[in-house]
Ligand binder design. Structure first.
Ligand SMILES: Cc1cc2nc3c(=O)[nH]c(=O)nc-3n(C[C@H](O)[C@H](O)[C@H](O)COP(=O)(O)OP(=O)(O)OC[C@H]3O[C@@H](n4cnc5c(N)ncnc54)[C@H](O)[C@@H]3O)c2cc1C
Length: 362
């Protein structure tokens, strides 16, 4: 039986970030990942993700504000550029925009109202009569690079990351002891961080811990665009977003948020769903008329969404649950890792963690 301080299940952005921040404190950390690093079956793959302060809830504005310096720390520690701040806009649903502007201002961040006319002057490639707000703190994360960088710094800090190792059973043996069986391996740890993304509910269920997540298979498309854009989120009946073709992306990403079909993570399809594709293409033709409407590439990815679309970062005995998805968790990765580390070490968290308690769903 191997003995470690902390075993982390899952090497997506959440598990790797937790391993980095935990190993930095001097703890002996092992990460178990059932596939290979950077695989395309979970939630963290792909070249880009949006970074933004712009949320309608001050809790998440403050979370993004606290995440930004940790992204810069990750860039310094890994020697890789990972986040380009470009500014970006939210457009559509007036109630959301009002709440978003209020939340940003209440946290000391800037929100600039843009009428359709003012937006057309600045971003003539975006055709809509909807109101918008511009946030200068929005940007583009190099997601694939960030995953690799986090693995590097976690290893440099002393964490072991074991690929192709699937935890098959987790048993709580006491307040400070938990055993993980993974193939022929048995690992005994003081704490186990479950950062298993779309699989987390399945890992936790035998422990009597119910994580209410709905797993869906989402799809994104990349388009050829003859000019620069900034990230945008269009909150209409369907929410859609666009991300510049930075960081090695084959083109500008355009996708719907959270309209994918519910699925089992091990039985999901990787094929494009035609009705969803037709909707995205129609949107590009009407709203983004300078884009070539024939996509160059597509990707599928899993969302695990909680009932309030918020995160769960909490401890139940020796188990730490780290579920930060609902389609918007990447930008908080290093901070979620830091919060997990503070839960494990008993340190003061960088931001209050009560909003992420699991018991809010009970
Ligand atoms: C299409 C799409 C677009 C997105 N856009 C944005 C965006 O613009 N901005 C943003 O901030 N966020 C965005 N997100 C959300 C963000 O990508 C996720 O919140 C984040 O990647 C979740 O990471 P994770 O580590 O929790 O999950 P994952 O990356 O899925 O990692 C979980 C890992 O656990 C492993 N695992 C599971 N079970 C076991 C087991 N039993 N044993 C060992 N290993 C196991 C899995 O193989 C997997 O590697 C998007 C997500 C998707 C899908």
């Amino acid at each position: 039986m191997e003995r470690v301080d902390v075993a982390v299940i899952g090497a997506g952005i959440v598990g790797l970030s937790a391993a980095w921040r935990l190993a930095r404190t001097g703890l002996d950390v092992v990460v178990l990942e059932r596939f290979s690093l950077g695989h395309d079956r979970g939630s963290s793959h792909g070249p880009t993700r949006i970074f933004r302060f712009a949320y309608d809830d001050p809790v998440y504005v403050r979370l993004a504000q606290a995440a930004l310096p940790l992204w810069r720390e990750l860039e310094d520690a890994s020697g890789r550029p990972l986040l380009r701040i470009t500014g970006g806009f939210d457009v559509g649903d007036p109630m959301y925009l009002r709440a978003c502007a209020a939340a940003l201002r209440s946290c000391g961040a800037t929100a600039e109202e843009l009428t359709p006319g003012a937006r057309r002057e600045r971003f003539p490639w975006f055709e809509s009569d909807d109101q918008s707000i511009f946030s200068p703190n929005t940007g583009v994360i190099a997601a694939n690079d960030a995953l690799a960088a986090t693995a590097e710094v976690a290893r440099a800090a002393g964490a072991r990351i074991d690929e192709e190792v699937q935890s098959a059973r987790v048993d709580v043996r006491g307040a400070d002891r938990i055993e993980i069986v993974a193939g022929k391996r048995e690992v005994s740890a003081r704490r186990c961080v479950v950062a298993a993304g779309a699989w987390a509910a399945t890992v936790l269920e035998p422990l009597g811990i119910r994580l209410p997540i709905r797993v869906t298979r989402e799809q994104v498309f990349y388009f050829r665009v003859p000019h620069e854009i900034v990230p945008f989120i269009h909150r209409d009946r369907i929410a859609r977003y666009g991300i510049p073709g930075d960081w090695g992306a084959p083109g500008v990403k355009v996708a719907e948020h959270g309209t994918g079909s519910q699925t089992e993570p091990d039985a999901r399809s990787f094929d494009v769903e035609e009705p969803g594709f037709a909707r995205v293409q129609g949107y590009v033709q009407t709203t983004l008329p300078t884009f070539d409407p024939s996509p160059i590439a597509s990707e599928t990815c899993l969302y695990s969404t909680t009932p309030d679309e918020g995160f769960v970062i909490d401890r139940v005995g020796p188990v730490v649950v780290a579920s930060a998805c609902s389609g918007h968790g990447f930008k908080f990765g290093p901070l979620v890792g830091e919060l997990v580390a503070s839960i494990v070490t008993g340190g003061e968290p960088a931001v209050p963690i009560k909003p992420f308690a699991l018991r809010r769903f009970v």
